[in-house]
Design a protein around this ligand. Structure first.
Ligand code: HQG
Length: 181
């Protein structure tokens, strides 16, 4: 079983295209596991997939991307679908990080961090996580340091993704206190 490929397909379905799989997704991003399995079974490749495989996929993943609870599955973050996924508002840690490409930094300095094609800006709990996010865009990524607690005190809302990932609607540039490339 190729769990990485399975995880990518499930992320695609839950974050970006539930309608392609005829999934009913609720406002927190939950989908019935049975519905997802039925959709996957239509593909020869995933014909034998069971809920147990989904659980193994989650256990084996190097990142916490999906959760299964009470017969439902959701993606913790990353959504781009038009229906707004409601996330839990939470006080952020003092500092958060964001890894990005060198070519984006001028625009980010000017406009702040914007969600672009996703519903939320994605922030990282630590520098190492931010580096891994950034390297997807640039082999020598830039790490932005965000004064999250000041932003929060100024009424910018933060939402919990998982223990490494925080979300925000946007981060105005005045809270980006350091950019190291
Ligand atoms: C950039 C993956 C120009 C932003 C990751 C980023 C993460 C701007 C890119 C999660 C900008 C969007 C999300 C502005 C932001 N001007 N560029 N004003 N504001 N940007 O992929 O945060 O492995 O949509 O810096 O690890 O890179 O899939 O977001 O470079 O956790 O589970 O616009 O997805 O998780 O890129 O990644 P993305 P992201 P998975």
């Amino acid at each position: 079983m190729n769990y990485i490929e399975l995880s990518k397909e499930i992320s695609y379905a839950l974050r970006h295209a539930p309608w392609e799989y005829e999934l009913e997704i609720n406002e927190e991003g939950w989908v019935q596991v049975e519905q997802l399995l039925d959709a996957l079974h239509k593909d020869e490749k995933w014909k034998k997939i069971s809920e147990k495989d989904l659980i193994t996929m989650i256990e084996k993943s190097e990142k916490k991307r999906h959760q299964i609870l009470n017969g439902k599955i959701k993606a913790y973050y990353g959504h781009s679908i038009p229906i707004r996924i409601v996330k839990e508002e939470k006080m952020p840690p003092e500092v958060l990080y964001h890894g990005t490409a060198r070519k984006f930094t001028n625009s980010i300095r000017e406009k702040g961090l914007l969600p672009q094609s996703r519903q939320y800006v994605h922030l990282s709990q630590d520098i190492e996580t931010a580096y891994r996010v950034g390297i997807r865009h640039d082999m020598r990524p830039c790490i932005l340091k965000i004064d999250a607690i000041q932003a929060w005190k100024d009424d910018i809302k933060f939402y919990y993704g998982n223990e490494k990932v925080w979300l925000a609607n946007e981060i105005p540039s005045k809270y980006i206190v350091e950019i190291s490339c």
